[in-house]
Write a protein that binds this ligand. Structure first.
Ligand code: HEC
Ligand code: HEC
Ligand code: HEC
Ligand code: HEC
Ligand code: HEC
Ligand code: HEC
Ligand code: HEC
Ligand code: HEC
Length: 500
């Protein structure tokens, strides 16, 4: 259906330009290339704009909806923004115009670098798709200029050829991994090529685009059942950002503010297994962050109403509009302590909420520092907490409380396991409170859980300990106060913002 519509549009466009010509067939109109002036040889097959004033690309004269969408992105004003900055010099130009950067061309003597013509201003179609003279002159399936979705780990093509360096270190940050090897730039081993095809929907770029309903073609496209460790790409820039623009800020494919796991960009993946109804073979959580933040994760013992979410400030859009991204995608400029001069623009594209930083505040490669080495500036810049010290103290008190509850729950679980081992392994006729309590402990231990929703985690652990006592008569050998210590904020908070 979509293909038919596009074909119709292409036909109309071609027919319209044919009118201006002598009697020709569609194909001759293509080949004659009369809707654009022949590009100078020095530009090496890059064609750029045919109408500079209206930012009309040659590509877009046929691919009309891509032209419309692209023209609303910041890529389309890259040149004028550079000039308006007042700092424009020759070295700035290559990333703000059509050149070898962003596409498969490795020769630098191309595009605007060799032909200082306004037709090559801005980040246009060919920045990502590569030179298109042959295709635009005679478009066929054989010469279609497919774009790559590589983020660029090897500086040959992809968004990272421009989005790099101390001013724009998006790819530089993205490709660093954390301790434990968790990172959007890694494909977790065992997630491709196995029988469970659902893994690739969250763990690979191709699988995620497929799951998101992106049907467009690109260089690395492979049927998801053909993905292997060798050809699978991790969560690249184009997984989260739509290269042609979107209705969301920053060309994001989905909203970061939507408070539900189906529509929120981050939660579309960070939600694999967060409650026992999703239990298959493992009685533990797997990326439970979305449902945790929204107060829906965990095993709700009888007495805790399963329909009711227990949701804190961090998961309330009126108080934390960007939800996950507030803490995990925080941008800030670091300055040299001695001189006060700019040293680094952190982009938040390591996706670490409280990263380890050096003395100037630049995130360090090694992320194994103690809590005093972590910056909590995203908690403050968001306007939520008064100072970094306040946020750090809360982190410590909350984690201490949760760690104590985990130890207490585990001490009760040990007694139940000795008494009724059969009740504590999956496979029995019912889902027992021993299984539920174990599930809640795994949720409480998931990294960041006590930041995402301390209220929920505390209530689940307290209720689990009480339920084990009711069902098995056990009391924890490590006893802690079971009265709730964290005061849940009012449900519909309007003004002020009690700073916790
Ligand atoms: C004269 C019209 C015309 C122009 C100009 C044109 N294209 Fe195309 N393009 C087409 C047609 C028609 C197809 C379908 C070709 C086929 O599959 O037979 C196509 C296919 C494509 C495809 C592949 C789509 C798919 O389904 O696989 C890409 C990518 C593409 N064009 C990009 C570009 C870019 C980038 C430019 C500018 C350099 C450009 N096109 C200029 C008409 C045009
Ligand atoms: C040729 C260099 C180049 C390439 C290739 C490139 N970009 Fe950009 N990008 C820029 C420049 C320059 C800007 C800033 C434009 C401005 O604000 O004037 C920008 C801006 C952006 C923005 C900011 C949007 C906003 O609204 O804040 C996003 C998002 C973005 N690029 C994503 C991407 C993605 C994703 C890719 C790869 C699919 C990519 N870019 C490829 C140079 C490039
Ligand atoms: C390595 C590629 C590259 C070079 C070289 C480069 N830029 Fe950019 N520039 C970018 C990218 C990528 C963005 C988008 C950053 C973003 O949206 O956060 C951008 C954004 C901008 C913006 C718009 C956003 C803003 O910060 O207001 C201005 C203005 C700008 N650059 C000016 C310059 C100047 C001046 C120079 C030369 C001193 C320069 N750029 C050199 C890649 C580059
Ligand atoms: C920032 C990089 C970037 C820019 C700029 C860009 N594209 Fe693309 N384009 C891509 C990527 C990546 C894909 C494949 C993935 C996707 O569409 O999300 C793609 C896919 C396409 C397709 C394939 C559609 C299909 O049916 O398979 C066409 C056609 C296309 N782009 C045309 C254009 C045109 C025309 C422009 C300029 C008006 C443009 N693109 C600008 C990166 C870009
Ligand atoms: C397409 C699926 C997908 C999307 C969308 C996604 N993630 Fe992830 N994320 C993953 C996967 C898979 C991993 C684990 C990567 C690995 O295998 O090591 C991960 C890892 C992480 C990590 C831990 C890695 C680290 O470096 O500490 C954080 C934090 C994270 N994501 C936050 C986010 C945030 C915030 C968003 C939204 C802006 C988001 N994610 C969007 C799939 C996704
Ligand atoms: C897991 C999802 C995810 C991935 C992967 C990702 N981004 Fe982003 N990016 C975001 C989010 C979310 C924001 C907006 C943050 C905000 O609004 O606070 C953003 C913002 C941006 C911006 C605008 C920043 C600004 O303030 O002007 C640019 C440019 C950008 N990303 C480029 C890239 C590039 C290049 C890559 C690949 C190296 C990439 N992103 C990978 C989620 C992602
Ligand atoms: C709904 C999205 C989603 C699906 C489906 C998914 N994962 Fe994950 N997985 C994630 C995210 C997100 C992370 C990052 C850790 C986190 O967020 O807690 C992750 C982490 C992991 C990890 C590293 C951390 C850990 O818990 O050991 C492994 C290994 C893993 N997944 C394997 C798999 C396998 C195998 C499958 C298929 C059977 C799969 N995943 C299916 C989203 C998913
Ligand atoms: C209020 C700030 C905040 C919000 C909102 C938030 N996080 Fe976190 N998150 C944190 C902090 C702080 C940690 C680190 C805990 C630690 O270091 O022990 C963390 C840890 C994580 C981790 C474990 C890996 C890591 O980097 O330590 C993942 C994955 C994660 N968060 C994903 C998400 C996702 C997805 C969302 C949205 C559903 C989200 N977070 C919302 C603050 C937040």
């Amino acid at each position: 259906m979509m293909r038919f519509n596009r074909a119709q549009r292409l036909f109309l466009t071609i027919a319209a330009s044919a009118l201006a010509l002598t009697c020709t067939t569609e194909k001759i109109v293509y080949r004659s290339g009369t809707n654009f002036a022949a590009p100078p040889g020095s530009a090496a097959n890059f064609i750029g704009y045919y109408d500079v004033a209206n930012k009309q690309t040659v590509c877009g004269s046929c691919h009309v909806d891509y032209q419309t969408r692209w023209s609303a992105t910041k890529h389309a004003s890259a040149w004028s923004d550079l000039q308006a900055s007042g700092g424009a010099t020759g070295v700035c130009e290559a990333c703000h115009s059509v050149t070898n950067l962003g596409n498969a061309v490795s020769d630098t003597a191309v595009g605007y670098r060799t032909t200082k013509d306004a037709r090559y201003h801005d980040v246009q179609c060919e920045s990502c798709h590569g030179p298109g003279l042959t295709h635009a002159s005679s478009p066929t399936a054989a010469n279609r200029p497919l774009a790559s979705i590589q983020a660029d780990t090897n500086a040959t093509n992809g968004c990272g050829e421009c989005h790099n360096g101390v001013h724009n270190p998006f790819v530089d940050e993205w490709k660093l991994t954390n301790e434990g090897g968790l990172s959007h730039s890694i494909v977790q081993s065992g997630t491709v090529g196995n029988a469970d095809q659902t893994c690739v929907g969250c763990h690979t770029a191709q699988g995620a685009l497929n799951k998101f309903g992106v049907t467009e073609n690109y260089v690395e496209k492979v049927a998801t059942n053909g993905l292997t460790a060798a050809n699978a790409l991790p969560i690249v820039c184009a997984t989260c950002h739509d290269p042609h623009g979107s209705d969301n800020a920053h060309q994001l494919r989905f909203s970061i503010s939507a408070p539900n796991i189906d529509d929120n960009l981050c939660m579309k993946c960070h939600q694999r297994r967060a409650d026992p109804s999703q239990v298959t073979t493992r009685n533990s959580v797997h990326s439970p962050e979305g449902p945790t933040l929204l107060g829906l994760a965990g095993w709700f013992p009888p007495g805790m109403s399963a329909g009711d979410s227990i949701i804190g400030t961090h998961g309330t859009p009126s108080r934390n509009p960007e939800l996950c991204a507030t803490c995990h995608v925080a941008r800030y400029a670091a300055t040299d302590l001695a001189t006060g001069k700019f040293v680094f623009q952190a982009t938040g594209h390591r996706f670490i909420a409280a990263p380890c930083v050096d003395a100037n505040g630049v995130p360090t490669t090694d992320q194994s520092c103690t809590i005093t080495g972590k910056t909590f500036r995203s908690c403050v810049s968001s306007g939520c907490h008064a100072t970094e010290a306040v946020a750090r103290t809360l982190y410590l008190t909350d984690s201490t409380r949760i760690l104590q509850l985990i130890a207490s729950a585990n001490s009760a679980l040990a007694k139940v396991k000795a008494l009724k081992p059969g009740d504590c392994t999956l496979g029995g006729p019912i889902y027992t409170s021993c299984l539920g309590a174990q599930f809640n402990v795994s949720l409480a231990q998931a990294p960041g859980g006590f930041v995402h929703n301390p209220f929920l985690i505390e209530q689940l652990l307290v209720a689990s300990i009480n339920q084990l006592q009711i069902n098995y008569g056990v009391t924890p050998s490590i006893s802690v106060p079971l009265s709730l210590q964290f005061i849940l904020p009012p449900r519909e908070h309007v003004s002020g913002g009690a700073q916790r």
